[in-house]
Write a protein that binds this ligand. Sequence first.
Ligand SMILES: CC(C)(COP(=O)(O)OP(=O)(O)OC[C@H]1O[C@@H](n2cnc3c(N)ncnc32)[C@H](O)[C@@H]1OP(=O)(O)O)[C@@H](O)C(=O)NCCC(=O)NCCS
Length: 243
Amino acid sequence: MLHRSWFPDRLVGDRVILKRHVSANLAAFMRWYADPEVSRLTRYQDGPMARPEIERFFQARVLGSDSLAMAIHERATDRLLGTCAFSQLDGENGSALFHITIGEKDVWGKGFGTEATRLMVEHAFERLRLHRIGLSVFAFNERAIRSYRHAGFVIEGHAREAIRRDDRWWDEVEMSILDSDWRAQLAAAADASAASAASVAAPRGSADRASGAASGETTNAGGTLTDPATGRPADAPSIGRSR
Ligand SMILES: CC(C)(COP(=O)(O)OP(=O)(O)OC[C@H]1O[C@@H](n2cnc3c(N)ncnc32)[C@H](O)[C@@H]1OP(=O)(O)O)[C@@H](O)C(=O)NCCC(=O)NCCS
């Protein structure tokens, strides 16, 4: 199991901030997991969790030491929106399972879940040095599947007709992201940014180029500004990096 020192105090994005859970968050869990719509999307069992079950889940899986659970807050207001976690952290095989619930339904579909997922994925690959993150999602949960795809997860299989909901059978969709997928995303984003910098830099006049040279920046044949120390584009992005 991963050591607790790998547990971040916070992960900061543009619109969300992930923080360690505190005991007072139990009240929000009681509300979220008692909601039939949330439970439909997150539970194998039909119907919401009973209060004692929510409390046990919160103590063991949220505050407990065998998963890495973070509270999702809106950065601008500090409002608690939901929770996300890695469970089954396996240091030997470099793998974990990812889970997320935005419990506040009024903010579904506004991008918070995707950003929280990206922050967790970045932490897993950049800090924990994991190799693979897996998850499973019910096939009818199209919003979640779309969000996971945006964060770089790919569908790797289906557990056929694994869940009974709304009087019919549904597949469970297995998704994963590997560290190589993550690095390929970063490289693609850096390439896209370099290409857009090139298209902006190209029309510049000679005065701009002179001032760039004076500040130590150089331009390559395509007109891209490059950092003389690294040869990389001067404004290569730190896509998805937490601050
Ligand atoms: C799944 C979840 C984490 C996604 O987070 P989110 O902040 O709502 O999602 P995002 O806005 O980041 O992304 C959702 C995407 O699906 C789209 N979407 C929104 N509602 C949708 C719907 N009903 N059907 C299909 N797509 C939908 C959004 O437009 C967005 O795609 P786009 O960026 O291409 O426009 C969140 O909705 C949630 O926690 N839901 C309840 C619990 C749950 O389902 N957990 C996952 C269990 S596996």
